[in-house]
Design a protein around this ligand. Structure first.
Ligand SMILES: [Zn+2]
Length: 250
């Protein structure tokens, strides 16, 4: 079976693996097919037309031909190379972490049109960001956790479904959501949360994607949000991220 079929996808390069002979295998997160791998012949060669377009973070359309279950890259047309990210060491580490998070969370051909829109939106926001990169990270992680199907219950009590009264917000990692005063048991390791932290979580999970980055938080609230997100990642994603070591050093 040597049939060759031609395809076109629009996506972001989320991983690159350099091979001998200057070849590369790149992983794309695409609008059409989710996560896909392409074989880029001689892409590391300085004169290669694939040199720029096969680098991490590149947002482009890719034409490829499939032969014997391998997708060979034929042509790239770059939409955005996110140059401002590439010239800012802190932003590079954040972007690398976002891509590693995505790559490790989904299988090949995982269908994720909304996830695709979100990663594009996140990179544009990071590219143009002046500050608040820590907030961009928190928003990215919580929304990804939610898109991956691990949405925590942040609107009512996860056990009895009742609205939380007053400002008594307690979050249980074990139950993955808020607990009302009646449902908290002494053995629960629920943490008390500020109302604003809960509002921020509701906003991130339920607002339309084009508005998701349009808010700020005080450092105290961001710290609390960080605590909740770290717990959710540990429980639901359970991966170690190489790029986080860099991030934690800066
Ligand atoms: Zn309850």
């Amino acid at each position: 079976m040597n049939n060759v079929s031609i395809g076109k996808i629009t996506g972001i390069v989320i991983k690159e693996v350099k091979l001998k002979e200057a070849d590369k295998i790149i992983t794309i997160f695409s609008k059409e097919m989710g996560k896909v791998q392409l074989y880029a012949t001689r892409a590391q060669n300085i004169k290669s037309p694939f040199l720029a377009g096969t680098q991490l973070f590149t947002y482009a359309s890719f034409i490829y031909s499939s032969k014997n279950s391998i997708n060979f890259l034929n042509q790239i047309s770059i939409i955005n190379g996110f140059e401002k990210i590439k010239f800012d060491i802190e932003k590079i580490y954040y972007a690398m972490y976002f891509l590693e998070f995505l790559d490790k969370s989904v299988e090949l051909e995982y269908p994720g049109k909304m996830m695709f829109e979100f990663i594009v939106n996140t990179l544009y926001t990071l590219d143009g960001a002046k500050e608040d990169v820590k907030l961009i990270r928190a928003i990215y992680e919580l929304k990804m956790i939610s898109l991956l199907g691990y949405t925590p219950e942040v609107t009512s009590c996860v056990k009895c479904d009742k609205e939380i009264e007053g400002d008594n917000y307690h979050f249980s990692f074990e139950d993955c959501g808020l607990l009302c005063e009646k449902c908290i048991e002494p053995i629960d390791k629920a943490i008390k949360l500020n109302k604003t932290t809960v509002y921020a979580m509701q906003y991130i999970i339920y607002i339309e994607l084009n508005k998701i980055f349009l808010f700020t938080l005080t450092p105290e609230i961001l710290k609390e949000l960080r605590l909740v997100i770290d717990g959710l990642i540990k429980i639901n994603i359970n991966q170690s991220f190489r790029t986080l070591d860099f991030l934690n050093e800066i």
